[in-house]
Write a protein that binds this ligand. Structure first.
Ligand code: MCF
Ligand code: FE
Length: 406
């Protein structure tokens, strides 16, 4: 049992309450929250530490990240989804070879930027052990990809083997799950089987969906760039879309799914996705691959969570940089108010989306919190904004009550 206090505690509850000169009493869970001096006087045996001019807040959730692509720097083309996918097809192998060191670095980058929970999309299983043995809390989404009907059995069996491997590590901190890559790349027999498995076994699910207008055109009209992609890249003579948009969405009914990107979706489609799931937005990835950002007003801030995506579509995996991008991009919101919304998405909403008892500083929650030394008092009433502008690297990150940066 110990006490840690700071000049500011951002509870990240619904009201975005901030306590000044306050502290947490915790073991693996938060046992009490209140005035630091009062806690100290009450629990005289507990070791106590106070961080002046600092902020304590719940650890962040980064719900969509591809660790296996961590070695990418400048190998992929940006400025259009077509160019990007072409470049990934051409250079994927060299980027993926020997990724261990880069994955380790990315895990550290998460923690240094205050992330305690991730939704990791694993395409190959190369990140399994590294993530399972890391201090991060993980939704480990084994990804299925493949549209060739003659490969279905092979892909399905290979997938089950990977899922099984990840099940070996299942714990309260590590949850195996299933990612359907996208409606343009996964055969419906595979998608249907695996989503039924997710339903029966209560596994978390994730999908890249309506990331580009090209994807929408393909699903609706079976024409455009994806037609050419199927013909020329994959050698399919008369390619057909595997689903309509609604048929694809129907497969996810009753599941709590993370729908990633959804840039080209429409109001009724977002509504359907949010019946059971959440929308994940990756602002820097969207800017680079699709030259646009999500219409967050139409989605509704309560339905949203924020992620970095992988180094395959980003300049780094620093979660604070992603939050700043969000803050600077959506200029029609009042910056001080929007900063609180962003922190709510990054903490409470993100933890809820990943199914962890975390993301809010509250008695009974896991003792998952970060400490950032800012070196000054924060302008009254604009604390969240000042934090997003100036917090760069965590001083300490506690996960289940243990400082994993120590
Ligand atoms: O989220 C971005 C863009 N959309 C789709 N896929 C990926 C992203 N970053 C990495 N990927 C992976 C994906 O998981 O790239 C491959 C898949 O394995 C693309 S399909 C050849
Ligand atoms: Fe992605």
């Amino acid at each position: 049992m110990q006490i840690i206090g700071a000049s500011y505690l951002f509870l990240c509850d619904r009201e975005f309450s901030i306590l000044k000169n306050a502290g947490l009493l915790f073991d693996t869970r938060i046992l009490a929250i209140g005035d630091y001096e009062v806690l100290r006087q009450t629990y005289l045996d507990a070791k106590a530490n106070f961080y002046e001019y600092s902020v304590i807040l719940p650890t962040f959730a980064n719900p969509h990240i591809h660790f296996e692509f961590s070695a990418n720097k400048m190998s992929f083309a940006y400025g259009g989804f077509d160019r990007w996918l072409d470049s990934v097809m051409a250079r994927r192998d060299e980027v993926l070879a020997d990724s261990t060191q880069a994955i380790k670095e990315s895990i550290k980058e998460q923690i240094r930027s205050g992330v305690g929970m991730v939704g990791a999309i694993s395409s190959y299983g190369d990140d399994l052990e590294l993530l399972a043995k890391s201090p991060l809390k993980v939704n480990y989404f084994n990804e299925i990809i493949g549209s060739n009907p003659s490969a279905i059995d092979f892909l399905y069996n290979h997938f089950l083997k990977r899922l099984d491997d990840s099940m070996q590590y299942k714990s309260s901190r590590f949850k195996p799950g299933i990612a359907i890559h996208s409606p343009y790349s996964v055969h419906y027999v595979l998608a249907k089987k695996l989503l039924n498995l997710a339903r029966d076994s209560n596994l978390p699910t994730s999908v890249h969906f309506l990331e580009s207008e090209l994807e929408r055109e393909w699903l609706e009209k079976e024409s455009g760039w994806f037609k050419q992609f199927y013909q020329e890249r994959l050698g399919v003579d008369n390619p057909r879309a595997l689903y309509s948009i609604n048929e694809f969405l129907e497969l996810f009914s009753g599941l709590n799914t993370l729908f990633v990107h959804t840039l080209a979706a429409k109001n009724d489609e977002w509504k359907k996705m949010c019946e059971g799931g959440k929308i994940v937005t990756c602002p820097r990835s969207n800017r680079l691959l699709n030259n646009r950002l999500l219409d967050i007003e139409a989605v509704g801030l309560d339905n949203l969570v924020i992620a970095t995506d992988g180094k395959s579509s980003n300049v780094n995996l620093n979660y604070l940089d992603e939050l700043q991008m969000m803050l600077f991009s959506y200029a029609n919101y009042d910056c001080a108010v929007f900063a609180k919304d962003i922190l709510a998405m990054a903490t409470r909403q993100g933890a809820l989306a990943l199914g962890f008892n975390s993301g809010v500083l509250k008695e009974g929650m896991s003792a998952d919190f970060s400490i950032f030394k800012l070196g000054s008092i924060l302008y009254d009433g604009q604390e969240a904004l000042q934090f997003l502008l100036h917090a760069r690297e965590a001083e300490a990150v506690y996960i289940d009550g243990i400082n994993v940066l120590g």
